[in-house]
Design a binder for this molecule. Sequence first.
Ligand code: MN
Ligand code: MN
Length: 471
Amino acid sequence: MSEEKKEQTRGEQLRRALLYEKKNGYDRLIEGELEAMEAYCTGYKQFLDAGKTERECVDRTITLAEKAGFRPYVRGTELKAGDKVYRINRGKAITLAVIGKKSLAEGANIGAAHIDSPRLDLKQNPLYETDELAYLKTHYYGGIRKYQWVTIPLELHGVVALKSGQTVRVSVGNGPDDPLFTIGDLLPHLGVEQSKKPLGEAIPAESLNILVGSRPLEDDEGKERVKLAALELLNRKYGITEEDFISAELCAVPAFNARDIGFDRSLIGSYGHDDRVCAYATLTAILQLNDPEYTAVCMLADKEEIGSEGVTGMKSAAFDTFMEDLCQAQGVPLRVCFEKSFCLSADVTAAYDPNFAEVYEKRNSAFVNYGMGLCKYTGARGKSGASDASAELVARVRRVLDSANVVWQMAELGKVDAGGGGTVAAYMAQRNIDTLDAGVPVLSMHAPFETVGKLDCYMTFKGMKAIFEMI
Ligand code: MN
Ligand code: MN
């Protein structure tokens, strides 16, 4: 045995062969991927800025889908391999499909993400004046930490449905010269008592009132002149009266556009990464798909943040109806399609945050730049509310992702009993569809400004594409 060709020791051999070593994604990128990642993230940032509510995300999705050759599916029409179709559910959710070479009796490959994000909805009787200032009452939507929503700039988005049947779109704040709104907080000089309260109690929900005006109506001696002046402006711009708020869906969202974060620009800060980061990955993957073996389905759902409830949530039969329509065009019973299908429930997971290390279990946490995070199960406490994917299913996904050079990691939200959460996975699994959770790790999830790693965004797109092309 020569000196320079010294063999590995037994320990070295065993380490190589047996140990599971995690590696930073930047050390695993292949030729040309940095550029591809950057281009992908530019598109993603545009998607974020264009879609600050589920309705706006649906609109943007339709534009992109039509450009890629997708058409609304007309029930009863014939479907052949390569056909690209979609259906909108009440303007708030959308399902897209590319018909595969194989019959739907062989199942479909489904990617399901959600496009609603935590926010402040306006109440149905929101506008009031107090002490010559005009405010809008809010009711928070989804899991927010209330103290994060005060003293930040807010935009107002949504619709007002009039009795006439007409629907007026409202969007104030995202134009270059638009005014913004905000919610006040106490000055530290007078915050002595407030500062003693626990974080969750310092800002009560009923104090999340949005400041919308201060200038009284001119030449008038009646009551509530500031409120009246605000209503006059709304009437002039949108043709609405106070009573019309009753049939409105207006919400306040953070007035931040997506921006690169870090000296190295390796991260993206934005409102709404949860779950538009996975929605965009799933959408982009299906838009690039041509002639897949199996039918590919991209589901962008609403209402995940409040439990997937309602007619536009993942529990709604709207998904089954669309899938049944596709199946019927091929003479296939829906249940036969579902039992052979696979669903990747694409939703964000918590990224390990060294500033709050105490809530994470490091061996089983997702890390920024370590790729798409697979979660075998979600839920809380003893896996309550989880969809626990089978070992066989996880093995299949490992095989698919590895052969497509996707950087991925296995993850669990945080320490057992530290909290928990769920996704649409449970409702897909209830349909007798094999389902696994996977998504982008997020820092400060559900905050008005969340942060993700560009590499993880890109790898989730690559992962979704591999799933759609899975045989
Ligand atoms: Mn989510
Ligand atoms: Mn969420």
